[in-house]
Design a binder for this molecule. Structure first.
Ligand SMILES: [Zn+2]
Ligand SMILES: [Zn+2]
Length: 437
């Protein structure tokens, strides 16, 4: 079921906030928020290009009385509201869309096409739901401003660029997020969730999302005629051995009770049946939770590549070149356990135990972890907010159908459910962390 919110935008912001419960205030905002959501959804922007989206967040926050700074770490937005003594709470939304051509067929679907800086023409879509994140950020900003008499502290709301490239959080921090602006004691965010009931809240104490590394391996060889392999060093055979040996890093070197992934997602070599090429190229995604496992995997990949090349008889100057994409490393996301349990208990009293569900960690990545990674004084929590109507989940299960995941061109979250739940959850948590007197 989809709820339609058309034509009622003008009714927003008409009742005094104090007289209403937070849930009622959220519902009051929904028509206006859905108008914003539809606009953001129809106008997605790729990583590093979130200029229009950032402008919308900045303008909204400015109207509400936040002290707003733009272009922090590229297109990032920082909106600060100082409201008396108390802790500093950071609330983050990411802003970028993906190079995916939307195929939901829904009215309001994105028709945006761009040519990337690599020269590839592509559709652009909020296939990860960052449009719901931005809209809920605006909803939270509005409710925090409307309820200033009920909390005391400093609220730092940030619109972050380039999450999908694992770069935006780092860029904002490097541009002085914690030196030019108040440094938080708490950092909060949410992500919409596919395969999870609309309006349900998922939480994971401890590690929630993985370290993500991208690794390239250039496997060198000696090319020649396919009929005379004895005169060559075949990089395809060598790269194949490397791919197979890499599987043992997880299966033989890491404890079965510890999570790790080594996936070779790309293998390119050669151009013709009867030519042995002189190189092969592999691209890997490498995932873990702890620094220790991450280092073991990255060291292991270099060791396996080199060892297999030596076994194949390659000379020193033709050993594989293994490079780790430092700029696109996404560190694992760790939800501070005591904060997570406290907030889960608090959210359960507000939303009920059927809507607040403990979730296992996943091997996906999120650069939100960066905001607390290097500072143990910052407690941090990202929650999931489900986006699939229960009826659709039930039908898919019955029919044995797989539902679209995040990043799918078919991902169509139940936006009103996600936005209203996330807005209420973020606002109530922020207010809980900044109690009055
Ligand atoms: Zn994503
Ligand atoms: Zn995302």
């Amino acid at each position: 079921m989809r709820i339609l919110w058309t034509g009622v935008a003008a009714l927003a912001l008409t009742m005094p906030a104090a007289a209403q419960s937070l849930g009622d205030q959220v519902q009051q905002q929904m028509p206006s928020l859905m108008t914003i959501y539809k606009d953001l959804h129809a106008n997605p922007e790729l990583s590093f290009m979130e200029v229009r989206s950032a402008g919308i967040l900045a303008a909204e926050a400015r109207k509400l009385g936040f002290d707003v700074t733009e272009k922090v770490g590229g297109t990032g937005v920082v909106a600060v509201m100082k409201n008396g003594p108390g802790p500093v709470v950071l609330v983050r939304a990411d802003m970028d869309g993906l190079p995916v051509t939307e195929q939901t067929g829904l009215p309001g679907a994105s028709k945006v096409r761009v040519t990337t800086k690599e020269g590839v023409e592509t559709g652009v879509m909020h296939a990860c739901g960052h449009d719901t994140h931005m809209t809920s950020w605006i909803g939270t900003a509005r409710l925090m401003a409307a309820n200033k008499d009920k909390w005391s502290g400093t609220l730092v709301m940030i619109g972050q660029p380039a999450e999908e490239r694992g770069a935006g959080a780092r860029m904002m921090l490097e541009d002085g997020l914690y030196t030019r602006f108040p440094k938080p004691q708490y950092a909060l965010a949410f992500h919409d969730a596919a395969q999870f009931p609309a309006g349900a809240i998922g939480y994971t104490p401890g590690y929630a999302l993985a370290n993500v590394d991208s690794v390239d391996i250039l496997v060198k060889g000696v090319g020649g005629h396919g009929a005379y392999p004895q005169a060559t060093k075949d990089p395809i055979v060598l790269a194949s051995r490397i791919v197979t040996a890499l599987q043992t890093l997880v299966s033989r070197e890491i404890s079965p009770l510890v999570s790790a992934v080594v996936t070779v997602g790309s293998f390119h070599a050669g151009a013709k049946h009867n030519i042995i090429p002189d190189e092969a190229r592999l691209q890997l995604t490498v995932r873990s939770y702890t620094d220790e496992v991450r280092n073991h995997l990255l060291d292991g990949i270099a060791r396996v590549a080199k060892g297999e090349a030596i076994a194949a008889g390659l000379p020193d100057d033709k050993l594989p070149v293994v490079s780790v994409e430092k700029d696109e490393f996404t560190p694992s996301t760790f939800n501070t356990p005591d904060l997570t349990e406290d907030m889960a208990a608090f959210l359960t009293t507000r939303f009920g135990d059927k809507r607040v569900i403990k979730m296992p960690p996943v091997m996906g990545g999120e650069d939100f972890g960066r905001f607390s990674r290097d500072d143990k004084d910052i407690k941090s929590l990202i929650i999931w907010v489900g986006g699939v109507p229960q009826a659709e989940l039930d039908a898919a299960k019955k029919e044995g159908r797989t539902l679209p995941s995040l990043h799918s061109p078919f991902w169509a979250p139940d936006a009103p459910a996600v936005i209203s739940t996330a807005t209420e959850a973020l606002t109530s948590m922020a207010m809980k962390l900044m109690p009055k007197g």
